[in-house]
Design a protein. Structure first.
Length: 110
């Protein structure tokens, strides 16, 4: 199964973040093939929202929501089931400093 893993910030982390912790999480997953890809995202203040209304393309630059939580990055996991995805996500350093949201990829219906 393929899962999108959103890495989300938190206003109240359990402990401070350390980038070397991320490397310790990433390296074995990359070696095992369980992590397909992952990236850190630019700040939410640099985001652009695109909508089409009345045939016109409208763009809005961020920030958008009055929230203390933002998506910081993502990883795509290729695992056997949700239990394995949860186990992997629970070891991510941001599970202690923010939160991890998992979403299974849905089959594309035509």
């Amino acid at each position: 199964m393929k899962f999108m893993m959103f890495v989300v910030s938190s206003a109240q982390p359990d402990q401070p973040s350390d980038e070397s912790d991320i490397d310790l999480w990433v390296d074995p997953l990359d070696a095992s093939g369980k992590r397909v890809i992952g990236e850190v995202l630019a700040p939410a203040s640099d985001a652009t929202v695109v909508t089409v209304r009345g045939g016109k393309v409208l763009t809005t630059r961020g920030p958008f929501a009055e929230t203390s939580e933002v998506i910081l990055g993502f990883d795509i996991l290729e695992v056997d089931d949700l239990d394995e995805a949860v186990e992997i996500a629970s070891r991510h350093p941001m599970a202690r400093n923010g939160q991890i949201e998992l979403r299974a990829f849905a089959p594309w219906s035509q």
